[in-house]
Write a protein that binds this ligand. Structure first.
Ligand code: IFM
Length: 471
């Protein structure tokens, strides 16, 4: 990868679409979105506010004070967007349900008008031969549930299981691929520890309670769906993961990498797969006077069998256990865990581009957890330049996608069970605290006119899928 966020468009540098033989058999291709990022229609048809509607109103929380009120107006442009998805030639479409649209306020019966929207979407996908890949929770907790304590409160896990049941009763006759949570690390850490995502709290102990209740909510929901299913069901959870290595072989750096891996990966996957929290992480938490609020039976629920692990991958990190001044304890009194740049080109999110980290991550996940996997998100924001007709010559994004698809192919060749890939994202959309300035889409959205234009990366992706399938 030679592209950087600032490089000028240069079509000659874009890799031509070509078949990727390792991805030709039993491989599912898709594009992904989430509800709050694209739907808009924030108060249509009975939808109530989520924590993101509230957070966006906090001065300074989101760049330029933007919000998801209109977003890509997908709610009203569903037919056009279905045609765009079909035009990309993909097998699957990953989207999320808006909890406050399906169950306003997070309690009580399903909202028929909210369900009707997802009926139209699901039916439209099926009519076009595209498999709906549904996520129940992509960060938009009903505000009323946050007011009652949010994810740090145990009851939210039970509310989530109830909502999952409502959603499954409405759509389970047609949707066979169900993901409970998207990126619980982000919900817990960005939302409750760092305060940079909704609901904007800064309380590490509350964030760790949120981790446990998110996982419990996943497990309880998974159990309900299994009980209800009368036909095929492919059930999973999606985590944001990366490869984390020590910056050097020094003991402090290896310790920093252990801590990062513990809080970022093993805190989720050990209970999900092995039914226990990692002892070293529990000890690290105890040293901070934090205890996970585990009750009898919780870990059995959390470790309910998974059919698939969704992996969202954007970048990798190497860690140092010292500050630039050589201290091993930070100003917060905690052991230092500092990400050290590799010196690679970066995307517009300032994330380093590390495709081989994806191969190594997948092989590690295969070795330590053994689950079938699907890449449920991978992609990049770049500073797109739109021509007069809306065309975008996004060679940087093509390069990124090409390298990461080849990284998936290498992992498959190495024995990892990875059988799908979803590009993030179908459309440019609301990138959370970054607002609309960061564009991840294979399809450009002109937010003034809502016009959609397939970028060069979208054309490239369609051709890569077609050539790889060989039909
Ligand atoms: O846009 C997000 C998405 O909602 C969750 N995964 C990461 C993406 C890029 O930041």
């Amino acid at each position: 990868m030679t592209a950087t966020a600032k490089s000028s468009p240069d079509l000659a540098a874009a890799p031509a679409p070509a078949a990727i033989p390792e991805l030709s058999a039993d491989f599912r291709w898709g594009v992904a979105t989430s509800a709050y990022q694209i739907e808009g229609a924030a108060d249509a048809d009975g939808r109530t506010p989520s924590i993101w509607d509230t957070f966006c109103r906090v001065p300074g929380a989101v760049v330029r004070g933007e919000n998801g009120d209109v977003a890509c107006d997908h709610y009203h442009r569903t037919a056009e967007d279905l045609a765009v998805i079909a035009g990309l030639g993909v097998d699957c479409y990953r989207f999320s349900l808006s909890w406050p649209r399906v169950q306003p306020g997070g309690r009580g019966p399903a909202n028929p008008r909210g369900i009707a929207f997802y009926d139209r979407l699901v039916d439209g996908l099926l009519e076009r031969g595209i498999t709906p890949w549904l996520t129940l929770y992509h960060w938009d907790l009903p505000q009323e549930l946050e007011d009652a304590g949010g994810w740090p409160a145990r009851d939210t896990a039970h509310r989530f299981a109830e909502y999952a049941e409502l959603a499954y009763r409405a759509l389970g006759d047609r949707v066979t691929h169900w993901t409970t949570l998207n990126e619980p690390w982000c919900s817990a850490m960005l939302g409750y520890a760092e305060g940079v995502h909704a609901p904007g709290r800064r309380d590490f102990g509350a964030a760790m309670s949120a981790v446990h209740h998110l996982l419990l909510g996943h497990g309880l929901a998974a159990g309900r769906l299994r009980d209800l299913a009368r036909g095929p069901l492919e059930l999973g959870i999606t985590l944001n993961l990366g490869r984390g290595t020590p910056a050097t072989d020094a003991p402090a750096d290896r310790e920093a990498a252990r801590r990062a891996d513990g809080l970022g990966t093993r805190l989720y996957l050990d209970p999900l797969v092995h039914g226990r929290y990692p002892e070293d992480v529990v000890a690290d938490l105890a040293a901070r006077d934090v205890t996970l609020p585990v009750r009898d039976g919780d870990l059995a629920a959390i470790s309910a069998p998974l059919d698939v692990l969704g992996v969202n991958y954007y970048s990798s990190h190497q860690f140092s256990g010292t500050t630039e001044d050589g201290a091993t304890t930070g100003e917060d009194g905690l052991p230092v865990v500092r990400a050290v740049p590799f010196g690679r080109p970066r995307t517009a999110m300032d994330w380093e581009i590390v495709p081989e980290g994806l191969t190594e991550l997948l092989l590690r996940l295969h070795r330590d957890y053994g689950l079938p996997m699907v890449i449920t998100e991978n992609g990049a924001a770049f500073d797109d330049v739109a021509e007069e007709d809306g065309a975008v010559r996004d060679v940087d994004r093509i390069g990124y996608l090409d390298q990461h698809l080849r990284a998936v192919a290498a992992a498959r060749a190495g024995g990892a069970r990875v059988d799908g890939y979803f590009a993030w994202s179908l459309l440019d959309n609301f990138e959370w605290a970054e607002g609309y300035g960061k564009r991840f889409g294979l399809v450009r959205v002109d937010y003034d006119t809502q016009r959609r234009t397939v970028k060069d990366s979208g054309h490239w992706y369609r051709e890569t899928v077609r050539l790889t399938r060989g039909r």
